[in-house]
Design a protein around this ligand. Structure first.
Ligand code: PHE
Ligand code: ZN
Length: 876
């Protein structure tokens, strides 16, 4: 690696060693103040094993006041201290250690450790923030029981929250204090406290064994009317985890706090989740249907961590996917049980294919269980989260749903209160299901997206069909990695789209759907009982996170797009047709007519009366520009945008009447309803409007304006606004002004307003984004704002981010460096926008390379950004 990062040390999984000391108990007394918070900690420290190594505690940005061992104050000469550690020699095998420190929450712009968000003080400790609160063994395999006393001015901080159950409280003069106890041993990354002028709503939940739990959501008083939905989602998640996994909540209280300044989505701190307001607040006027689902899913996600993450936790940060991949999978199941399961699966699969596969293509490619890192915060990645979830899903496919739940129970019971590894989860499946998953474990070790090639041969005289499936697992330098074990679910259809029951020669079963298990580089699977050449439906339900290559004719794809009973495959067949069509336009700019198979298949989907309109809306949408880039040698973002836009426009011209008719028919003029069917109708209707807007006709623009102004819900308003913001017409400014005027007091809604401008295809987008940085609603230190404006341009507007003159890169690089000085984690996420620079056409490649070099040469670059940039610059 280049030497920009003087202190950047790389940490390796292979160097893991168990801690030298245990800390079974900690008492914290925190005297809260915006600028001067006193932290007194009393640790019970026990030596692990027989050794004379010193105790090396982590600590950063702490003012050390005093250290006492067994009650005796230490002379500073008797311990060693540097920027990141405090080293002590302990004579006895068991010691009481008292450490007093002072911190300044108001100065904490990284939002890591104890910080201020508006009038509230709150914490974020995962992964290594606790060391910014007090000296400690800040590693997840040190588990302690906490007793926490919070003390603060009554009028400034009327609410004082920490993990566990409230056991006592009282007043002294202008101050008051609250004592919290969490009986469950936990790693310090799950510690949390909150102090502030907050209000709450509450509910009570009786667990399956009859214990009563008090549920509360805390927020600023103006946000309280928007918290009901989140509270009901919490209840749903509690019921669901009991019913499906047999997991019961284990404290008398469950608190959620919504704060405006938060680096990520939310955090599963034991009994005291802290959330970004964006995943709590929801009411019809301000939250889209999509927002509602996100709130439900994230509330579910954090709740589900109580078992997958908290009760059974991580041995070290390389195991991050053990809690995140597993919990995302559980969240997906929870979500699928409360909505259209098919649509949910398509969306999740699409995310893996459009985003995680791209991560694998670039310099940040890493295994689900990484082998090394410089900054662990850079590994809260799509690979760890969503590829990790796909790996767990494959486990459940391989051992069967029932076996999987048995394996989970075994895992939760056996490792309760322990800090373990991904191996333990796989091992629990082996033990509970009596299977050998040694080859499967490679999914945690190998980086990259497997490529699966399928060829089909039909033997009419024997009514026999053979699938020859090969897998190729290239590593980042083009080498070959060993084959993986993976499930490919298949089925067959005839030319009319009827489902066929073929008999497998492998297991003798005659049925519609078959699960093929790949283990070798090349394998054959034969089926009999097929009278004519069948059409294979492959990778049903996206049964494995792989790139699938199969040569199906456009005719076959059209049959699947119209009839496949697997939602993912049906959707994917349509997407494949669309992708081929767009790439055909891209490769031959003289084309101006649509391929008939594609156009007809689209028309059928548009005219169909499908029971699931949310599916229909998805099926009509063309593949995203970023995804199309994965199918070309060198990426020309402008060319991709133009051909995709032209295909859309040509479809809209051909089907104008149908689109208009659908649009108006779905406009039932009923007052807003939030149920899934109504949401699906809105999705379909707005998809029609999306096509119609490409016609660039005054009458359609007027329709969109009318929709924006008349909407009684955010879904319809935002859909119209986004489309209007995409056109350089006077209506654009009218729409933006109308929306701003109405929602200026709602930060989360203004985030949407910023975002639609940042992702606009209009030529002046970069200039507008530059202006918006100075807009009154923009806040340089608020992660949501940075993501909504700069992040959206960098990650979701390939056309304008990759502006030929480099102005998009320039703007993002500037903002990245400005952000890095305050909040490295947020800056690092902007930095990743340059990761795929090697894949672009030469002009853009050169420009991105220069920008990367400039960033890399900047002074005081954070470890976070440094790691991303150096990886991008290193020769593959
Ligand atoms: N652990 C959080 C989750 O549930 C994510 C997170 C990571 C939040 C780091 C804050 C900091 O996904
Ligand atoms: Zn999580």
């Amino acid at each position: 690696m280049a030497p920009t990062q003087k202190h950047a040390q790389r940490v390796y999984l292979r160097d893991y060693a168990a801690p030298d000391y245990r800390i079974p108990g900690i008492e914290l007394q925190v005297d809260l103040d915006r600028e001067q918070t006193r932290v007194r900690s009393c640790l019970k420290v026990e030596r692990s094993g027989d050794h004379h190594r010193p105790l090396v505690l982590h600590g950063e940005k702490l003012d050390l006041i005093s250290v006492k061992i067994n009650g005796e104050t230490l002379d500073p000469a008797s311990y060693h201290r540097d920027d990141t550690t405090l080293t002590l020699n302990l004579r006895e095998p068991a010691t009481t250690l008292q450490i007093e420190t002072e911190i300044n929450p108001a100065a904490n712009s990284e939002l890591n450790g104890l910080y201020a968000s508006a009038d509230t003080l709150c914490t974020q400790c995962e992964p290594e923030g606790f060391r910014r609160i007090t000296y400690f063994l800040d590693r997840p395999d040190v588990l302690s029981v906490y007793r926490v006393t919070l003390r603060a001015l009554k009028d400034q901080y009327p609410v004082l929250l920490a993990n566990g159950n409230q056991v006592n409280s009282g007043e002294d003069g202008q101050h008051h204090y609250v004592i919290w106890e969490d009986p469950h041993p936990k790693p310090c990354y799950l510690f949390a406290l909150v102090a502030g002028p907050l209000q709450f709503i509450e509910d009570r939940f009786t667990t399956c064994s009859g214990r009563e739990v008090l549920l509360r959501i805390y927020a600023r008083s103006r946000d309280i009317p928007q918290c009901d939905f989140a509270l009901s989602a919490l209840r749903d998640a509690m019921i669901w985890d009991e019913k499906v996994y047999g997991c019961e909540y284990d404290l008398g209280q469950y608190n959620i706090v919504a704060v405006e300044d938060f680096n990520m989505g939310a955090m599963e701190n034991k009994g005291l989740n802290i959330f970004n307001t964006r995943y709590v607040l929801a009411q019809p006027a301000t939250a889209t249907d999509h927002d509602y689902r996100s709130v439900r899913d994230v509330i579910g996600h954090e709740y589900l961590h109580n078992w997958s993450g908290n009760r059974v936790t991580l041995r070290d940060w390389f195991q991050l996917s053990l809690k995140e991949g597993f919990t995302v999978f559980r969240e997906q199941q929870f979500s699928a049980d409360h909505d259209s399961a098919g649509v949910k699966r398509i969306e999740d699969a699409n995310l893996v294919r459009t985003q995680q596969f791209r991560e694998d293509m670039g310099p940040m490619a890493h295994p689900v269980r990484p082998e090394s890192f410089v900054e662990i915060n850079n590994f809260y990645t799509l690979t760890v989260y969503i590829k990790g979830a796909e790996v767990v899903r494959m486990l459940s496919l391989l051992v069967g749903a029932q076996g999987f739940l048995r394996g989970c129970s075994h895992y939760f019971e056996y490792y309760d209160g322990e800090a373990v590894t991904t191996d333990h989860l796989v091992g629990a499946m082996e033990a509970a299901c009596d299977v050998d998953l040694s080859q499967f474990r490679r999914w945690y070790e190998q980086a990259g997206t497997p490529r699966i090639e399928v060829a089909g041969d039909f033997y009419p005289d024997k009514s026999r069909y053979c699938l020859c499936i090969s897998q190729n697992n290239p590593d980042s330098s083009g080498g070959r990695q060993p084959p993986l074990q993976l499930p490919i679910v298949v089925a067959f259809f005839d030319a009319e789209g009827n489902a066929l029951n073929a008999q497998s020669e492998n297991d003798g079963r005659k049925q519609h759907e078959h699960t093929l298990v790949l283990t070798d580089p090349v394998q054959e699977f034969a089926f009999t009982g097929l009278k004519s050449q069948p059409i294979p439906s492959l990778l049903r339900g996206f049964s494995a996170p792989v790139m699938l290559q199969v040569d199906l004719s456009d005719q076959d794809l059209a049959v699947l797009a119209g009839h496949d009973d697997d939602p993912f495959c049906r959707w994917d067949a349509g997407q494949t047709l669309a992708r081929k069509e767009i790439l055909r336009w891209l490769n031959d700019p003289s084309i101006c007519a649509l391929d008939e198979h594609f156009a007809e298949s689209f028309g059928k989907t548009l005219r169909a009366e499908l029971p699931d309109r949310a599916f229909q809306a998805l099926a009509l949408r063309l593949p995203e520009e970023n995804y199309l880039g994965d199918f070309v040698e060198v990426i020309d973002p402008e060319g991709i945008h133009r051909s995709r836009w032209s295909v859309m426009q040509t479809l809209a011209r051909r089907y104008t009447d149908e689109l208009l008719e659908r649009y108006h028919a779905l406009d039932a003029k009923l007052p807003y309803q939030r149920d899934a069917a109504s949401a699906a109708a809105r999705a379909l209707r707005n998809t029609c409007l999306d096509y119609l807007m490409t016609l660039e006709e005054g009458s359609v623009t007027a329709l969109a304006l009318k929709q924006l102004k008349a909407a009684d819900n955010m879904t319809d308003a935002l859909a119209a606004l986004a489309l209007l913001a995409n056109q350089a017409l006077p209506a654009r400014d009218e729409a933006l002004a109308f929306f701003e005027d109405r929602w200026r007091e709602y930060p989360l809604v203004m985030d949407k307003w910023l975002r639609v401008q940042a992702v606009s295809r209009c030529e002046d987008t970069v200039a507008r984004v530059r202006d918006l940085i100075r807009h009154r609603c923009y806040q340089h230190d608020n992660p949501n704002k940075i993501h909504a404006l700069i992040g959206a341009l960098a990650h979701t507007n390939p056309l304008r981010f990759h502006e030929r003159d480099g102005s998009g890169y320039q703007l993002v690089a500037e903002q990245l460096l400005a952000t890095d000085a305050k909040n490295p984690q947020v800056a690092a996420r902007l930095a990743s926008a340059f990761n795929l620079w090697r894949h672009y056409e030469p002009g853009r490649r050169e420009r991105m390379h220069k920008v990367l070099q400039n960033i890399s040469g900047a002074e005081h670059l954070s470890r976070d950004v440094g790691e991303i940039i150096e990886r991008a610059l290193v020769k593959p």
